[in-house]
Design a protein around this ligand. Structure first.
Ligand SMILES: Nc1ncnc2c1ncn2[C@@H]1O[C@H](COP(=O)(O)OP(=O)(O)OP(=O)(O)O)[C@@H](O)[C@H]1O
Ligand SMILES: [Mg+2]
Length: 275
C-alpha cells in the first residue's frame, strides 16, 4: 500500500486542502491494468475483452472487471447470463467464461434497467467490485473503464492500486483531443500510461487496399509527442465486430485471425513489461 496526495483541478486549487488517499491493491491479482479513453465508443470494451483473452493465450491467468456502471458491455460480449454466487453473503465469486474470471454490474441487474445513480454510489459499487469479489490467483485484472474523466477514473486512480492504463482511441481528430485530456489526467493522477492503441485504424478490402476512414497516424503522433509507447493499430473489421456481438470475442473464436495476432502481439509486449 502506498499513500499519495492528489491535487484537484486548477480552478479548485488554493481553496481546497489536499486529501490523502490509501491505494489498495485488488486482492487475488498481481497486476491491474485499466483500459481507458476519454471519448466514448472508440472500442475500449472490444479491446479489453480481446486483450484479456490474448493475455490468457500467452499463458497468463486473467480476470476482467467491467467498471462501466452505466453501460456494462461484458455480459453481452462474453455471453454471460448468470448471477454471481456468494457463499458467505458478503463476498461474490466472479463468473468464469472462456477461462477468464469476470465481474460486471450487468450480472446483478436486469439488462434493460438503467443505473440512475449519483457519483458516490458509483464509487461504492467500484469499491465492492475491487474489494468484495473473490478473484483467485490472477496475474492480471483488466478493467474495462467507462468513457470520460469522472468518478470511476478518480476512484481507481486515488483508491485502488492501478499498475498501468492503456489508452484506446480512433485516429479521428475529435477523438485525439480527448486522448490528450486522458493523458493529462493519468499523468496528473500518477497512473502509469502503458501505451496508446489506434483502434479502427484503417479498413482493408479483400484485395488488400487500405482506406484510412478516420484519418491517419494521429494516435502514433500523440504517443510520440507525449513520450508514450505506441502499442499498435487495430483495423476496423467486420469479423471483430460480429464476434463481439455474438458473445465470443475474436481472439477466442478465431485465435489465428490476423487481428487476433495483433492482440497477442500487444499482450506479449505488456506481459513482458511486467514479468
Ligand atoms: N476495430 C473494430 N472494428 C469493427 N468494429 C469495432 C472495432 N472496435 C470496436 N468496434 C465496434 O464499435 C462499437 C463500439 O465499441 P466498444 O463498445 O468496444 O466501445 P467503447 O469505447 O467501449 O464504448 P463506450 O465508451 O460506450 O464504453 C461496438 O459495436 C464494437 O463492436
Ligand atoms: Mg465500453
Amino acid at each position: 500500500m502506498d499513500k499519495k496526495s492528489v491535487g484537484l483541478s486548477g480552478s479548485f486549487k488554493g481553496n481546497t486542502p489536499q486529501k490523502s488517499f490509501t491505494k489498495n491493491p485488488i486482492k487475488g491479482t498481481k497486476f491491474t491494468i485499466a483500459i481507458s479513453s476519454a471519448k466514448g465508443g472508440v472500442g475500449k470494451s472490444t479491446f479489453a475483452m480481446n486483450f484479456a483473452l490474448a493475455l490468457k493465450a500467452v499463458g497468463q491467468k486473467v480476470g476482467i472487471l467491467d467498471a462501466d456502471i452505466y453501460g456494462p458491455s461484458l455480459p453481452k460480449m462474453m455471453s454471460i447470463n448468470e448471477k454471481p454466487k456468494s457463499q458467505d453473503g458478503k463476498n461474490m465469486e466472479p463468473i468464469n467464461q472462456y477461462g477468464i474470471q469476470c465481474m460486471s454490474i450487468g450480472f446483478l441487474v436486469d439488462k434493460d434497467t438503467p443505473m440512475i445513480w449519483r457519483g458516490p454510489m458509483v464509487t461504492s459499487a467500484i469499491k465492492t467490485f475491487t474489494q468484495k469479489v473473490l478473484w483467485k490467483d490472477l496475474d492480471f485484472i483488466i478493467v474495462d473503464m467507462p468513457p470520460g474523466t469522472g468518478d470511476t477514473q478518480l476512484t481507481f486512480a486515488q483508491e485502488i492500486k492501478v499498475d498501468g492504463t492503456i489508452i484506446v482511441s480512433t485516429p479521428q481528430e475529435i477523438a485525439l483531443l480527448d486522448v490528450v485530456r486522458g493523458i493529462n489526467m493519468f499523468d496528473k493522477l500518477k497512473v502509469p500510461i502503458l501505451g496508446l492503441v489506434d483502434n479502427m485504424s484503417f479498413f482493408e478490402t479483400d484485395e488488400g487496399k487500405k482506406y484510412n476512414i478516420f484519418g491517419e497516424g494521429g494516435v502514433e503522433k500523440i504517443a510520440k509527442d507525449y513520450k508514450k509507447e505506441f502499442l499498435g493499430k487495430i483495423p476496423i473489421n467486420i469479423d471483430l465486430r460480429i464476434a463481439s456481438d455474438s458473445g465470443k470475442p475474436l481472439v477466442e473464436k478465431n485465435p489465428n485471425h490476423k487481428i487476433s495476432e495483433i492482440f497477442k502481439e500487444i499482450a506479449t509486449k505488456i506481459k513482458g513489461s511486467f514479468l
